[in-house]
Write a protein that binds this ligand. Sequence first.
Ligand code: GRF
Length: 193
Amino acid sequence: MKKVRLAVLISGNGTNLQAIIDACENNFLPATVELVISNNKDAYGLERARNSAIDCEVIDHRKFSGREDFDREINSVLEKKEIEFVCLAGFMRLLTGFFVDKWEKRIVNIHPSLLPSFKGVNAQKQALDYGVKITGCTVHFVNKDMDGGSVIMQKAVEIHDGDDEKSLSERILEQENKCYTEALRIILNKYLK
Ligand code: GRF
């Protein structure tokens, strides 16, 4: 069976990365994680990748004079590794037009709100502050607009009385881990057709 060569870009803990690795390993996804890139050398997700013997690269954005130079470096690492599809999973850098044009329709992201509500950072806190009763997560294609590409899948999460940012983020994250792999299954099967 043909498998899609994935790269996952992270900055932190990497639970979504782990969900993707597991879904590849148990054949829920027609894919293999070939590469994990982090802009943060201390990201725990790098440990997760190493535990599964997946190649890792740390590309520190602070070492580049501009955002596009950073993106060009990421792009060249992806090309060297013959990556076909890119998953952003808690990757805390905004990608430039150069990069998103190159990977158009082959790059997806997960965001912890029901887009188009609560774009940007601290989406869970934004939802609590606004007082909505239902929030959730969204898997979407990436375009030039922050959290702006077309939606692939969403899952709703109820906000409970007494929820704080931590408790809400944890419940959303559980749904993120499912939503990401279910959305990828649809998209990657289409990609292979
Ligand atoms: C998730 O909430 C994701 O939506 C956001 O950052 C968090 C990353 O979690 N962009 P993890 O690193 O996958 O555990």
